[in-house]
Ligand binder design. Structure first.
Ligand SMILES: Nc1ncnc2c1ncn2[C@@H]1O[C@H](COP(=O)(O)OP(=O)(O)OP(=O)(O)O)[C@@H](O)[C@H]1O
Length: 259
C-alpha cells in the first residue's frame, strides 16, 4: 500500500494552556489536492506548523511518508502567509527562489551550483514567471510575488506543498489560472491548501475538510452543510467557483427581516 504523504492521528495541540487543535485525524495521499477551510483563528496555520514539526502535539501523531516530521521535513515545501514576508529587500526573483535550495547545499561556503540554478529555473517555469527571474522582487505585483514565493518552495523539490492562504493577492480572473498551475504540480506532489476564504476553493481540489479546532471531513471534494455549520458555527452561503456546491440556508436574521 502507498504510504500517505501526511497522516495525522488524533492530533491535539495546546498553546499556552489553550486547546488549539483537538483530535484531528487527516490523511493526505501523494497526489491529493487537499483544501482545508476554516474561519480566522480556527487553527489552520497551527495544523500546518504541526505537520512541519514546528509545534509539538499534546497528544496524537504526525507522520510524513511514514516518518516523524523532523526526519522527513525536507520533503515538505511550506509557503507561509504572504504577510509574513518582507518584500522590501533588494533581491531579484532568481536570488529569492535560489534560497529555497539552501537546505540541499553541501558545498563549502554554501555556494550554489549549476544544479541549484537548474532547479530554481524549473521552479520559475512551473509557476510561469521565468521571464521575471532578473527583476527585483519588490518591484513585482502582489500576484507575481505570490508565485515567486511558491517557486521558492518548489526549488527545494518537495513531495508535499503546504500553502497558507495562497490566493489572498490573486484576483478573480487570475485565480482560475493559478489553480490550473497547482493542478499540474499535483502530478509531482501532494498539495495542501488552507484558507478562510470559501470562495477560494477550486473545483480542482480532490478533498476538502473544514477545521475549527476539530476537523470535519468526508475525504471527498464535497462540502456538506453539516461540515460548514460545524466549522463556522453558523449557516454559510457557499458560492464557490466550480465546486460541486449548494447554496445553503440563510442566516436567521435574513430569514425574518426586521420591520
Ligand atoms: N504562538 C502562539 N501563541 C499564542 N497563541 C497562538 C499562537 N499561535 C497561534 N495561537 C492561537 O491559536 C489560535 C489559532 O491560530 P492559527 O494561526 O492557527 O489560526 P488560523 O486558522 O490560521 O487563523 P487565520 O485564518 O487568522 O490565519 C488563535 O486563537 C491564535 O491566537
Amino acid at each position: 500500500m502507498t504510504e500517505p504523504a501526511i497522516a495525522c492521528r488524533d492530533l491535539s495541540v495546546s498553546i499556552g494552556g489553550k486547546s488549539i487543535l483537538e483530535d484531528v485525524t487527516l490523511t493526505v495521499c501523494p497526489h491529493d489536492f487537499f483544501a482545508i477551510i476554516g474561519p480566522n483563528g480556527s487553527g489552520k496555520t497551527t495544523l500546518l506548523r504541526a505537520i512541519l514539526g514546528l509545534v509539538h502535539p499534546r497528544r496524537g501523531s504526525v507522520r510524513i511518508f511514514g516518518a516523524p516530521p523532523r526526519e522527513n521535513r525536507s520533503l515538505l515545501g511550506y509557503v507561509p502567509q504572504f504577510r509574513t514576508f518582507d518584500f522590501s529587500y533588494p533581491v531579484t526573483v532568481m536570488e529569492m527562489v535560489l534560497s529555497g535550495r539552501l537546505g540541499h547545499i553541501t558545498r563549502p561556503l554554501r555556494r550554489y551550483g549549476d544544479d541549484d540554478y537548474d532547479h530554481a529555473l524549473r521552479a520559475l517555469e512551473k509557476m510561469e514567471i521565468e521571464s521575471l527571474a532578473d527583476r527585483e522582487l519588490r518591484a513585482l505585483s502582489g500576484g507575481q510575488q505570490q508565485r515567486a514565493i511558491i517557486a521558492r518552495a518548489l526549488a527545494g523539490e518537495p513531495r508535499v506543498l503546504l500553502l497558507d492562504e495562497p490566493t489572498v493577492y490573486v484576483d478573480a480572473p487570475t485565480e482560475k489560472h493559478f489553480f490550473e498551475i497547482l493542478e499540474h504540480l499535483r502530478s509531482e506532489m501532494a498539495i495542501v491548501l488552507v484558507t478562510h476564504d470559501i470562495g477560494a476553493i477550486s473545483a480542482r481540489v480532490t478533498k476538502i475538510a473544514c477545521l475549527n479546532r476539530r476537523i470535519y471531513t468526508h475525504d471527498t471534494a464535497e462540502i456538506t452543510e453539516d461540515m460548514l455549520t460545524a466549522a463556522y458555527h453558523c449557516p454559510v452561503d457557499l458560492i464557490a467557483h466550480g465546486v460541486p456546491h449548494r447554496v445553503l440556508k440563510r442566516h436567521d436574521e435574513e430569514e425574518e427581516p426586521r420591520a
